[in-house]
Structures are given as C-alpha cells and as structure tokens.
Design a protein around this ligand. Structure first.
Ligand code: ADP
Length: 360
C-alpha cells in the first residue's frame, strides 16, 4: 500500500461493440441505431428510459457503450457499508450527516439559505475510510453510488474521458438521489499547469468543472464527493467547488481497538484481554484503518501457521482445534505489516487542513 493506490478502483477497458458507436436519439426513434446494439447494451438503455419509453434528454447524444459502461462498472446500486462499520471519525460523521445526508433526505427543508453545497472533499492519508464514508452516505440516503477513479479517466480513457464524464453525470441525473465518488480527484483537478499539461487533460478538467457547475446551480439531488491524499495539489477552482473539505485522519487508539475487536468478532476469534488490546493499540500508533485490517489478517493466520508447523494437515485440520489469536500473533504480524503513512505526510495534511479545511 503506497501513498498512491494504483490498482484499487480498476476500471476495465470497455468492450468493443463492433464499431457501433453511433448515438441513440431516443429509444423509440432510434430503431436503426438500436438494431446494431447488443442485448446487454439495449437492456442498459431500456433501464434508463422514462415511463414514456423515451430516453431522457440528457442521455440522447451520448454513446450507448459509454452509458453501458457507467451503468455496469461505475454504478453501484446498493453499496453495503453503514455508519456502524466505520471506526471513529465521529466529527466527520456528524458533519456529513448535517451537510449532506439531511439535505439529500429532505431537499424541501434545505432550500434557500439552507441550501447545501453539492461538493464535498474528503482528504487525508490513504486507507482511512474515505471510500467507506462515500458508500455509507449513499446507503443512508438510499442514493445510487457511482465510483470512479480519476486517474483511470486520464490513463485508461485517453481521448474519451470527456465523453465518459458527460455520460457519468448524465446517468447520475437519471438515478437521483445520486452520490458520485471521484477517487484521487487531484489527478483530475490538479494545479500542475500548462507546459506539462496536455490539451486533452485540460479539456477533461474543463468538462468536469462544467458538469459540476451544472448540477450545483440546479435542483438536482446529486452530491459529488472527491477523495484525495494529495489535497495540496488541488487548484483554486477545485477548492471553490468542493465547498466542504473534511480531514479524514488516521484512526485514534480507540478506533484501532474497535477495528481489531470488530474484525476478530466477526469470525468468532476474539479472545483478547483488555490489556492485550491496550498493548496492540500502543504498538500500532500511526497505522491506518487499512493497515489495521492487514495486521488483523496476518495475526489471524498465526494459529493456523502454528498448527501446521506442529504437524497438522491442512485437509484434516478442524477449526475448533485451533487456538485463539493471541497478543504474540499480533507482535509477529507487526514485523510484517508496517504503517503505510509517514509522519512527514501527516504534517502536510494538517497544514492543509488548517488552511483550507472546514471546521464544521
Ligand atoms: P480510503 O478511501 O481512505 O483510501 P477505504 O475507505 O477504501 O480508504 O478503506 C480501505 C479499507 O480499510 C476498508 O475497506 C476498511 O476495511 C479499512 N478501514 C479504513 N478506515 C477504516 C475505518 N475508519 N473503520 C473501519 N475500517 C476502516
């Protein structure tokens, strides 16, 4: 786990449709275009049609294969994360509830002076629960969740990113309330400028900002969440649109204890004493939530490794014969699983938070 997640959120390349990239004007009128669409593309388009059988206007000039990609790969109808799955982060949860969840649940109350910003930035070290928060927000408001990694837009969708962004916002507006989660948003809205910046990535950025502007001023129930572990790379335009900026820090000692207890309990493996847990917390200062998960995984292998070392056969081993996970297993695992965030990095986040973060 480096400071930059490369493989998470992998977006597979789109399937070729045998050259049928022609636009569909509406389901009813574009029979010619539709004939050449394969069944799965047709199903996606049909699912987006209104009660009148027409494709909503926003989608009419978009390529069906992009709409299909958004529907199948980027959209997640029911993300399975709840507030209770997230350790600590009480402050962030409280802020998010007030500024995001209530407005999505009661748009009628959050009008005028109370109208919320539609852009939220979650920043902080990798593996601290930013994506979990995005999913939990969608879950709490029964919103459709869209997850896209911004670096995939610039790396895998070269030349097509703009169109994909239009399709993304188009499909989201047909699936309201919607939460669009853009991971590594810095790679899309960074302030690195001109000479190195390709024309295509400049256009992509402009398109993205236009789309955001569009739903920000309208009555659409769409929330955009950007996540980054490089907030200092965002430019002024990005900061202006992401009006709420919440620091998602490393887990506190209590939150780390909670993660250990919760994960082991799920498997019925939790037998540690309060003193053991205290020791684990002391030894894991600086570990992220994701580091903690990896640590628990490694520690829970301890009893199995030991049983096999003592001659047990994997095929005959009974679960109930294995000893519980001990503090010693954690101490061994600590040799393998190191914290992925450095102290220097933390300083950068804190400075940025003091300068640009939202306090409430
Ligand atoms: P981020 O988006 O901040 O990089 P994620 O939300 O993807 O991190 O977290 C990665 C994994 O680490 C999660 O699936 C979860 O298992 C674990 N994790 C991270 N933070 C927390 C937390 N606060 N509470 C519980 N689990 C966490």
């Amino acid at each position: 786990y480096g400071s930059r997640r490369g493989t998470r959120g992998f977006v597979p390349p789109i399937r070729s449709n045998g050259g049928n990239s022609g636009n569909v004007t509406s389901r009813a009128s574009a029979t010619k275009g539709e004939d050449s669409l394969d069944d799965s593309t047709k199903r996606c388009m049909d699912a987006l049609c209104g009660p009148d059988g027409e494709l909503p206007e926003k989608l009419r000039n978009l390529e069906p294969r992009l709409i299909e990609h958004i529907s199948n790969e980027i959209m997640d109808g029911k993300p399975n994360v709840h507030w209770d799955d997230i350790a600590g982060l009480h402050h962030a949860k409280k802020c998010v509830t007030e500024m995001v969840i209530w407005p999505l649940l009661r748009p009628d109350i959050f009008e005028g002076c109370r109208s919320p910003g539609r852009g939220l930035l979650l920043f902080g070290p990798p593996g601290t629960g930013k994506t979990m928060i995005g999913k939990a927000i969608a879950g709490e408001c029964n919103a459709t969740f869209f997850y896209i990694s911004a670096s995939s837009l610039t790396s895998k969708w070269i030349g097509e990113g703009e169109k994909l962004v239009r399709a993304l916002f188009g499909v989201a507006s047909c699936r309201q309330p919607a939460v669009i989660f853009v991971d590594e948003i810095d790679s899309l809205l960074s302030q690195r400028k001109s000479d190195g910046e390709h024309e295509s990535s400049r256009r992509l950025k402009t398109q993205f900002l236009i789309e955001m502007e569009g739903f920000d001023s309208g009555s659409e129930q769409i929330l955009l969440i950007g996540a980054t572990n490089r907030p200092q790379e965002l430019d002024e335009a990005a900061r202006r649109r992401l009006t709420k900026r919440l620091y998602i820090p490393l887990p506190s000692s209590e939150a780390r204890a909670w993660i250990v207890r919760n994960l082991l309990n799920k498997d019925g493996l939790f037998k540690l004493s309060t003193e053991d847990i205290d020791s684990i917390c002391k030894l894991t200062e600086g570990y992220s939530g994701s580091d903690m998960k990896n640590l628990v995984k490694d520690a829970s292998m301890g009893p199995l490794r030991e049983a096999l070392k003592q001659g047990a056969e994997i095929t005959k081993l009974k679960k109930e014969d294995m000893r519980p996970v001990t503090l010693q297993d954690f101490e061994n695992a600590l040799q393998e699983v190191r914290p992925s965030v450095s102290l220097d990095e933390l300083g950068t986040y804190e400075n940025w938070n003091n300068q640009f973060g939202s306090l409430s």
